[in-house]
Structures are given as C-alpha cells and as structure tokens.
Ligand binder design. Sequence first.
Ligand code: 6GU
Length: 230
Amino acid sequence: MRIDIISAVPELLTGPLDHSIVGRARKARKVDIVIHDLRQHSTDKHRKVDDYPFGGGAGLVMTPQPVFDCIESLKRERDYDAVIFPTPDAKVLDQQTVNKLSLLGNIIILCGHYKGIDQRIRDELVTVEISIGDYVLSGGELAAMVLVDSMVRLLPGVIGDAESALDDSFQDGLLSAPVYTRPANFRGFSIPEVLASGNHERVRLWREKKALESTREKRPDLYQNFINKK
Ligand code: 6GU
C-alpha cells in the first residue's frame, strides 16, 4: 500500500507515523507513506493556501489551486484507488470501513484545515469522505493519522501474531475481554483463576462471556446489533 498525505501543516504528521507499529511497517516497506507540503504547490508569492469565504463568514477556506496542482501531479505518476478527505461532515469511520480501505493499493489523504476546503475540491477530486467521530478537530491531520494507523495495522505481516488484529475489539462486533500479564498476584490483586488454568476451551468461553458483558454494559448499540445478527 502507498499512502500520499497532503497537508498545509506537515509537521503535525511526523511522530505518530514514525514510531511503533506504523513506523516499523514503513521501515519494513509494508507501506510507503509520503507526506506532501501543500504550500510547496501554491503559485501565490506568499505560498498562501487559503482565502476568505465568498458570501462572508468567519474563518478561511482552503483554496483550489494548490490542491488541484498537487493531486494532479501525483496522478501523473501513478493511478490512485481513492482520494480521501477527512472531514467532520461525513459518515463516521468504523472497523468495517477500515477493513475495506486497507485493501486499496494507492491512496491520497487530503488534510483540510481552517474552516473547510473549497467545495470544488470535494466535487472534482475527493472520492471518499470520512469523519472520525462527532466532535470537531482543528484540522484533518489527526484524523488522517487515526485512519492511517487503523489501516496499516491490518496490512499483511505488519502485526506479528497473525490473529491479533482479528482479535481486536470491533472485528467481531464486540469489545475485547480484559487481559492480564505477570505477576499473577500484584499487591494482593490476583488474576481470574481461569486464565492460569491452561484449559483453552474454558479460557475461550470466559473471554466470550466477558466480551459480551462489557459490550452490553458500555455499548448497548453494538450489543443489540450483535444479538440481532445471531
Ligand atoms: Cl475527519 N476532521 C476534523 N477537522 N474534525 C473532525 C473529523 C475530521 N472527524 C471528527 N472531527
């Protein structure tokens, strides 16, 4: 998978994409992530990428020229399967959507900033719009990193234990069961006895029960879906 991320604040995108699972996946060439500074594509003498909204109103709007030029230059190099625009006014991302997106080859993620982006960019260039939840962020960069992290961890060979991504909360529509590590007794707090029993079937049943309980309690909406599907 190749991910091109376009941002007017590319500094925001270093860090989370350089370490841990995503950083290792990049080093191992399981994913190529290329970050583009939108200002470099502005023909304005001050490298401006935003302007006042027609019709008035507060805040600045991302201007079409740098975005069109940047995306067109990328498309001359290779074909893209999606141009994704993280924005709060879109369908909220879920695991099913992440699973689908992780199967794509080359994608562009366009980070908006300020009050929004010129609608013509969305109409002409963007193919997928996603929100990461019902709250507002200052820009698309944090959302882009959430999206990248959630996709990259699913790529073949990125997570060592082949099962562990499939065991994630949400992959079966339920939250995960609690996990424990050594020591078995910490300051008098002990682990559930079944986990040290060595009985894999008992462990499996216990985890299933805990996952159901936790989901029913914390996410009744997911619980109902799960029950209805059975
Ligand atoms: Cl994708 N962008 C911004 N700016 N805010 C958000 C969001 C995205 N998703 C939720 N809030």
